[in-house]
Design a protein around this ligand. Sequence first.
Ligand code: SF4
Length: 433
Amino acid sequence: MGRMTRRRFLGVMGVGAACGLGVAAGLLDRRWWEREVAVGSPRPTPSPPTRWSTEAEYYTPVLEEGTLNCASCHGGVEPPLPVAYCHTPHTGTYVRCNLCPHGCFIAEGERGQCRARENQGGRLFSVVYGNPCAVHVDPIEKKPFYHFLPTAAAFSLATAGCNLRCLYCQNWQISQFPPEETRNADLPPEEVVRYAQMTNAPVIAYTYSEPVVFYEYMLTTARLAREAGLLNVVISAGFINPEPLRELCAAVDAIKIDLKGYDEEFYREVCGAELGPVLEAIRIIYESGTHLEIVNLVVPTLNDDLNQLRALSRWVARDLSPDVPLHFTRFHPQYKLTNLPPTPVESLEKARAIALEEGVRFVYVGNVPGHPANTTYCPVCRRPIVVRQGFAVREYHLQGGACAYCGESIPGVWWPGEPEGEPVEVAPGPPDQ
Ligand code: SF4
């Protein structure tokens, strides 16, 4: 197959199609497609693991029957729980996954909460390796990254599964299903890099569902991509343990964290996760020097309390840095929260005003195309320096990372001169969380 332009690639991909094999299959040349036999078809539990399985990193193997006791799962509970409390009989071999704070104990043949990691014979396997269910080329602004190579095309992919359960998930059709129930492509890491190069995308984005659950696939791809001169960005909810996160930070160039709210109960009841580990993850990313942006999707009545938004903004400005870009984005009724209205634009504007009051220097309103707060303003001379319209950049007044008007240094990863990205002429892929 000859060199493919991005325009031709997008034509093959089926521009604007929903995520799924119809899109992903566009990546595959005919020869490859013919030898592909099981893409997207349900398949039995991997025993031995399938070609899309690889041994997981970060787990404690083989907790033999007899070595488990109540404290193994319910450690620290006082008074000790009676044996009858246990929800499953502890027979066979268990493994404990240490990738995310859920710390799933997984019985033989079972999977963790994310549906993407499975215990086979006392070893834990990722079962989504090289098997994405969504592949698109998106503008980097869609992620959103506003301080990272404006206009760059991002070769974006996701697999099935997620370790959260957000009731308003924008991508529940892929995040809340195991890989047997999504339509997938066969795209090993070296092919991801090859297709990113063929489409002239300087960036690979791990996004859409939750990249934590395809950690091994992401990490291997990111390392290969870096060797090939490409950049890597991650769009995540940040529910990951410190050790794997530090390893990830060393392999990628930017991470956007979806900070769901600033309230434990909201995290627990609406998202099926915990706030504390996410804040810790954000702090680790910031301290690693990896470029960081934070998004808070404001959901009417659930996380739009102004005191909560003030506390979130204050935490960003004081515990991290006033220079971390903060985006307040608009909720649209989705999944299990179709009873709620879209976020009023005034709520987002109030959130932005509060964050600016608290000292955050770059605060954006998202999912509201054409809003003045899509623009980056110089915090010193107040002039617009990156003007966006939807996912496009209309004006760019930065020179080597400094305001072209007053010379103030603007935090981020910028082009040395004019933006070098080609316009991405495509109805973009699924929402990036
Ligand atoms: S990554 Fe998946 S299997 Fe591992 S602890 Fe988290 S939810 Fe459980």
